[in-house]
Design a protein around this ligand. Structure first.
Ligand SMILES: Nc1ncnc2c1ncn2[C@@H]1O[C@H](COP(=O)(O)OP(=O)(O)O)[C@@H](O)[C@H]1O
Ligand SMILES: [Mg+2]
Length: 378
């Protein structure tokens, strides 16, 4: 970067031996420092590239001449000024003639409370992408829902007719023909069971949300897992005890975390497997709702971490789609159902996976936030 030296930064960190500006230039993400009036006082190399200008030209310009002033970025900046706490906004679309169109995760923090300097870091992709991907899984879940109700009506009803007819035949037919009628009965039962497995998706009854203590949900799931499929695993809890209630359905949330823990257990080695359940409250995490101006605030984060083999790379892009499985006798419906339920709750789910370190994070609105996210339906 050829811009003027970052005097402002040096003043804030007199003891730092390395050149702070050079460090910022080494970053791939644009970083902009503005003063109390919103004027740019420093921009790093990636920022110069984004704004298509050298630091010499950019310094002294008001940030809102480069970016649309009605962007959520500026409300985040205002909020940081008012409250002094750092804010992350995920999935902020920034477009202007100068920079084109980009989707960023924006991180805004006060450099030092007294100076009024604000640092804005713009990160492209990552969570925003994952969330968008997950939000599109909701449409996948919707088509499963449609298919499930079709199966329930168009397949199950005729099947019970066939089964009844076979039963009648069985009573009157020659003993030698009984195996045939029994075959008809057994096979219709098998198809019915298959259809029943899909039935959970056709449940489109409105969620009657109540205040749910997520720790009670996790305790229940933990208890079920410990006494069943996860008997051989170590569990660790890393909970924020002050977590406010979530707005949702207890039983459905139990189903969600049961599915996640079951997958974790199935990915685990025979011994040494460990599952960590975590909860946290994250201020200032907001998500864009695709196709609308609505932003949802999802401060509750519930994590299911495991040290299993990791998610096969080839299925990661479609992980929440129905029938995606790497298991010989897997249904591939577990995560599709998880995505549907979390979507119904106005939340999102994302994952990070590498061998020995896989985490699924469920982000949910709190009761108080319900109005915020109410506009969003799955
Ligand atoms: N914690 C995990 N570790 C590794 N792989 C996982 C994990 N969770 C899910 N998966 C992968 O996602 C696939 C889909 O999961 P799911 O929808 O529950 O269907 P199923 O468990 O029936 O295969 C699994 O087959 C597995 O490959
Ligand atoms: Mg599963």
């Amino acid at each position: 970067m050829m811009g003027k030296p970052a005097v402002a930064l040096h003043k804030e960190f007199p003891g730092v031996a390395v050149d702070a500006a050079a460090v910022l230039d080494a970053l791939a993400s644009p970083v902009v420092v503005i003063d109390a009036r919103g004027t740019i006082v420093h921009v790093n190399g990636a920022g110069e590239e984004l704004f298509r200008g050298s630091a010499v030209h950019l310094d002294g310009l008001a940030l809102d001449t480069l970016l649309p002033a009605d962007s959520p970025l500026f409300s985040a900046i205002e909020q940081v000024r008012a409250e002094g706490t750092a804010i992350s906004e995920y999935g902020v679309a920034l477009h202007s003639p100068r920079i084109g169109r980009h989707l960023f995760n924006v991180q805004v923090s006060a450099l030092a409370k007294s100076s009024g300097y604000i640092v804005v870091a713009l990160h492209q992709r990552s969570i925003a992408d994952k969330i968008n991907r997950q939000l599109s899984h909701r449409s996948a879940a919707r088509s499963v829902t449609a298919m499930a109700s079709m199966l329930a009506h168009e397949v199950k009803n005729p099947l019970s007719g066939i089964r009844g007819a076979a039963q009648l035949l069985e009573q009157n037919c020659a003993p030698g023909d009984r195996p045939m009628t029994r075959l008809i009965r057994d096979e219709t039962d098998r198809i019915c069971a298959l259809v029943d497995r899909m039935d959970v998706f056709s449940n489109s009854a409105p969620l009657h949300p109540e205040a749910v203590n997520i720790h009670q949900v996790l305790d229940r799931v933990h208890q079920l897992a410990r006494n069943g499929f996860a008997r051989h695993l170590r569990f660790q809890e890393d909970y924020d005890p002050s977590l406010p209630p979530v707005s949702g359905n207890h039983d459905q949330l139990v189903q969600v975390f049961l599915n996640l823990i079951k997958n974790a257990a199935e990915a685990m080695p025979k011994s040494g497997g460990e599952i960590v359940l975590s909860t946290a409250y994250r201020h200032g995490i907001r998500f864009a709702v695709p196709g609308s101006e609505t932003r949802v605030h999802l401060p509750l984060v519930v994590g299911v971490h495991d040290n299993g083999g990791g998610i096969p790379e080839d299925i990661q892009p479609h992980l929440f789609d129905p029938f995606v499985t790497s298991k010989p006798s897997g249904s591939g419906l577990g995560l599709a159902l998880v995505a549907k339920i979390i979507g119904d709750h106005g939340g999102v789910i994302e994952f990070d996976s590498q061998p020995r370190r896989t985490v699924f994070r469920v982000r949910l609105p709190t009761i108080a936030e319900e109005g915020d996210s109410g506009g969003e339906t799955a």
